[in-house]
Design a protein around this ligand. Sequence first.
Ligand code: BTN
Length: 261
Amino acid sequence: MHELDASRVEPYLQTQRYGRSLRALDVTGSTNDDARADAASGAASGHVVLADMQSSGRGSNGRAWSSPRGQDLFFSIVDRPAVSLPQLPPLTLAVGLGVAEAVESVVGTPGACQVKWPNDVWLNGKKCAGILVETSALGSTVESVVIGIGLNVNRLEFDEELRDIATSLRATSSERPPFDRPLVLAKVLFAVEHQVDRFVAEGPASIVQALEPRLAMIGERAVCGEIEGVVTGVSSSGALLMRTERGVVEVHAGRLMPLPA
Ligand code: BTN
């Protein structure tokens, strides 16, 4: 039996839908691709594809997601939310909020996690998780979304280019034994399902309100796409707010990068 088998996850599940159908793989290219194929074949809302290692893990903006064997979590959730395509982008913030809550409960440190708009979760100021949401739509009707989550759980060594910016749950204390990945997965699925369902039922404003105390880079100079300024918050519709020379502007897409003060 493999450490990440469905039979190891199932006893911990407290969800309604997420993870109730689960395909655990030893190695795959990208769980987002597998989940998208399963969604196209009719997988139910909540179906999860999980892998111990990815050979072509994808991040946002065409970057790779480091996915070595045996330590972390790489998984993708199929959902079929009842929202139209234009309303969908803040879903990523709901997922980030859920991941942040779950990580804090696992490491036992309230307030340790922040969400960096739009798709990073930070632990003690470094990135511990990334979210990649991919959508299948017909016109403005969303048929399915794949919510891909990479969470650094037990990794203690990072490649040179990640060393200063990445962390893991276990790296918060060198004394810690490895975390039980099936238990961590179940906690993340529970919190993410709750926040995604809340987003669908209540819209983005309640997610943004809950996220506010956890937003990273508030008051810091940054650039996002073409826009340069100071990060001031997130609008009730989920857009990034930046104070620029032209006043406060809403930014709807792009990678937020810090600038020297
Ligand atoms: C980012 O921060 O750039 C997003 C990273 C998303 C990584 C996860 S790992 C599971 C799923 N499969 C992928 O290929 N990517 C996502």
